[in-house]
Design a protein around this ligand. Structure first.
Ligand code: PAF
Length: 285
């Protein structure tokens, strides 16, 4: 869209949202940390097709990065993102600075209990508190009717959905499928960190998930056994180091020792220094 608006101040964003709501426009919202890829663009396209106005936020939120994580080197390219967002159908890009989002030291946070006790939450203490706090702020600033998230960050989507239900945020969460490269690697801004050889080895995430799905379909029910076989495959790749492999209940995220009904098979693997995540929901029986 040629006349896409770039908004930096939360107050101006709030005013635009208020005006849109007063004229009965349905606002779709795609929160991102930028460095947009096809996964983000598919969320923007879905919002543009379902809503009157699509707002995309681009903000690398320091609150969700732990010490020693990649906050400083997280890829950023606003100029490129603006072009991609406009072409995908965004009407407004909200790209605030740290000072605008956090003008003073935060004393208030949103924290969902239990769901962050598993999977990435164990490895990244405080991460989901940072996510829910910024997403809650963004929801208050933009005031969307619908917000769009990708399945790749499955735990994040569960945590945010729970926050929206528990705290009566007046919007619907739309959770859309993971968008993958031709070889199956889940799209992620962090894929940009991989060199050529690492990029080849990164395929092992989806290969191991598909292997788990095949084992389950063939009747294997013992989670430890499935995780072991996945681990054996992953460690055949020189640059791969397993952070976790988990088979969990898709709603509560609690680990399951036996595959009964649908399960979430999720993993985080370091490829070189880059931590990648992926998951599949597999139908048990
Ligand atoms: O998924 C992301 O990019 C981020 O966690 C989000 C939801 C934009 C919050 O900073």
């Amino acid at each position: 869209m040629l006349n896409m608006k770039l908004v930096k101040s939360p107050r101006q964003m709030r005013r635009i949202g208020d005006e849109l709501r007063q004229t009965g426009k349905k606002i779709g919202f795609v929160p991102t940390m930028g460095y947009l890829h096809d996964g983000h663009l598919s969320l923007i396209r879905s919002s543009a097709s379902e809503c009157d106005v699509t707002v995309v936020s681009i903000y690398v939120n320091p609150l969700q990065f732990g010490p020693g994580e990649d906050l400083q080197r997280y890829p950023r390219d606003l100029k490129r993102d603006l072009k991609l967002a406009a072409a995908a159908g965004a009407d407004v890009v909200f790209a605030p600075s740290d000072k605008q989002m956090y003008p003073e030291r935060m004393l208030s946070f949103i924290e969902v209990e239990k769901l962050p006790d598993y999977l990435c939450g164990v490895r990244r203490p405080g991460h989901f508190r940072g996510v829910t706090t910024v997403v809650g702020k963004l929801f208050n600033i933009v005031g969307p009717d619908r917000a769009y998230f990708g399945n790749k960050d499955y735990q994040q989507a569960r945590v945010i959905s729970r926050m929206v239900n528990d705290l009566n945020f007046p919007l619907k969460i739309r959770l859309l499928p993971t968008i993958r490269e031709a070889d199956g690697l889940a799209m992620s801004s962090r894929n940009a960190y991989l060199n050529e050889e690492e990029r080849r080895q990164a395929r092992v995430l989806i290969e191991s998930l598909r292997l788990a799905r095949r084992l389950i379909r063939e009747g294997t029910r013992n989670s430890e056994k499935i995780k072991k076989v996945m681990g054996q495959l992953i460690t055949t790749r020189k640059s791969a180091k397993i952070d976790y492999i988990q088979i969990s209940d898709p709603l509560t995220l609690e680990p399951k020792t036996k595959v009964v009904g649908d399960v979430l098979v999720a993993l985080a693997v370091f490829i070189g220094k880059t931590r990648l995540i992926d998951n599949l929901i597999v139908k048990g029986n």
